[in-house]
Every structure is written in C-alpha cells, then in structure tokens.
Design a protein around this ligand. Structure first.
Ligand code: HXC
Length: 264
C-alpha cells in the first residue's frame, strides 16, 4: 500500500477511523471525510503522531459538489488517488410503518446516494488518469436476510450491493475493482448507540452471534485493507461477510450455540 492514497468516508469514528489508521500504518496516505471536523482532525493528528500522512476534510457525502472538492483536495495534497472506502452510514432502528418520508430519505441519501457520489467522483479521476483503483463499501448482511426495523438501511445497502456488482463488470476494463464488506455487529460508538443502546439489546445482539463476540473496528479495517490491496487483485464484484456466522440464521434445533444464547 506504500505510496498510495485513499479516501475514507465516515473516517472520523468507528470502522472508518480504524481503517484510516490501518491503511496509513501500511504506508498509504488517507483523506478522512465526514460531517464533523473535530473527530476527523483527531484521526488525522493520530495518524501523523504515528508517522503517517492524513488529511481531514469536512464533507457531507450527500452533497456531490462537496465530494468533488474532497477528491480534488486529495489529488492536490497527495498527487494521486488509488481508491475509496465507502464507510459513511446513517441508521436507526424503527418499525417500517412508523418511518417518516424524511427518515427514509436521510438514510437512503447517506448510504446509497452518498456511496454513488463518492464512487463516481473517485472513479472518474481514475478513468481519466488511466490509473487502476479499488473501492470497498461497507454494508450489512440485513441487505439480504430480511431484518425487521432496518428497511431504509437494508434497501440502501442492497442498492450498494447492486451498484458494486454492476460497476465491477462495467469498470473492469478500466482496472477498477469494487467489493463490499458486510461486518457483523462491530464494537463502535455509532453502531452501539443506533442498534444496541441498552444492556438488554446488547446481550440480545451478542446472543445472535455464534462466535459469541462483537467484531472490532481494527479487524474490519484490516479486511478492508486486504480487499483494497493487490492481494485481492482477482476479487471484484463480491461481498465479504465477516459476521461470526450471525447471518446464517437463528439456531432453532439443539442446544444454544454460545454461552449467552439462551433465547431459544
Ligand atoms: C425514528 C428518526 C430517528 C429515530 C432520526 N429520525 N432518528 N426516526 N427513530 N431514532 C428521523 C427524524 O425524525 C427525521 O425525520 C429524519 O429521520 C432525519 O433526521 P435528522 O436528524 O434531521 O437527519 P440527519 O441530521 O441527516 O441525520 C441522519 C441520521 C442520523 C441517519 C438520522 O442518525 C445520522 O446522521 N447518523 C449517522 C451515524 C450513524 O447512524 N451511524 C450508525 C451506523 S451503524 P422527520 O420526519 O422527523 O423530519 C450501521 C451498522 C449497521 O449502519 C450494521 C449492523 C450489523
């Protein structure tokens, strides 16, 4: 990864921040973008403290002009761009019949439109420069499992899967690879607040994971780096699921699969 430059959306916290730290530890430079300047500046400062290169750029992925400016800033600062991590997300669990038009729009705008805004802006630079590249989008297994309470996010993330598969075929001739990663429940503040805010919710989520633990942000960042890197040079248009077997379904027959799984 040495010498390469990547854009990481939602790079101020959680999986995005961990990915930025991991990529820069591997020798790449990273622009972290997000809506709030403070966490971005913190991540950039930490990268610099560890001897790496990072640029913080306040950007809402929903705004195509702002995304263009962030990609331009990356090109100006690092002289190149080699890829993108679409990590920014918005989420809250709600019964579908209670979801307002604006709630639907907010999540779809961040997850689906934001991913397109960033993907198209980065890919156009790569195609114009005849430069190979790699794009990884963070999704969730409920894009295909059918998970109550997540209709806005599931629909948006399923759209990201379709976008990834389509563009993997269409842009293969430009040597641009696109893949998704579907992490299971990952120990981050954002996901925790949105999806398992109470101790009871947390225990229930944990009980659904046969490996009996949450994923950590650094281990997800490591897998994202793998998919971006040339070690994955023949992998495109696919989704890597890293969820401790959570999405393989509830275990109905036999004893509970882990110590805390007593829900039957
Ligand atoms: C019902 C809600 C709501 C909630 C917001 N809304 N939160 N409705 N329940 N808990 C509604 C609002 O009432 C409003 O509709 C509309 O959504 C937009 O809300 P705003 O706050 O105005 O929007 P905005 O500031 O753009 O914020 C977007 C957001 C917010 C998605 C609502 O939560 C956000 O920015 N989150 C970013 C961080 C995040 O969510 N990270 C978690 C990702 S975890 P009305 O009709 O009232 O105007 C993740 C992992 C999943 O995705 C995978 C697990 C395995």
């Amino acid at each position: 990864m040495a010498g390469r430059a990547y854009l990481v959306t939602g790079g101020g916290t959680g999986i995005g921040a961990a990915t930025a730290l991991h990529l820069t530890a591997l020798g790449a430079s990273v622009t972290v973008i997000g809506r709030r300047a403070e966490p971005l500046e913190k991540v950039a400062a930490e990268v610099k403290r560890q001897g790496g290169n990072a640029l913080a750029h306040t950007t809402d992925v929903r705004d195509p002009a702002a995304v263009e400016a962030a990609v331009d800033a990356t090109m100006n600062h690092f002289g190149r761009i080699d890829g993108l991590v679409n990590n920014a997300a918005g989420n809250f669990v709600t019964p579908a019949e209670k979801l307002s038009p604006n709630g639907w729009r907010a999540v779809v705008d961040i997850v689906l439109n934001g991913t397109w805004n960033c993907t198209s802006a980065v890919a156009r630079r790569l195609i114009d420069a005849n430069h190979p590249g790699s794009i990884v989008s963070v999704i969730a297994t409920y894009a295909w499992t059918g998970h109550p309470g997540t209709v806005h996010s599931a629909a948006a993330k399923a759209g990201v899967v379709a976008m990834t598969r389509t563009l993997a075929v269409e842009w293969a001739r430009h040597n641009i690879r696109l893949n998704c990663i579907a992490p299971g429940p990952t120990e981050t503040e954002g996901a925790g607040n949105a999806l398992w805010a109470t101790p009871e919710d947390r225990a229930r989520v944990l009980a659904s994971v046969p490996l009996n633990r949450f994923a950590t942000a650094p281990e997800v960042g490591d897998l994202i780096a793998l998919l971006l890197s040339d070690r994955a040079a023949y992998i495109t248009g696919t989704t890597l699921t890293a969820d401790g077997a959570q999405s393989l379904g509830p275990q109905i027959y036999g004893p509970p699969v882990n110590a805390t799984n007593t829900a039957g």
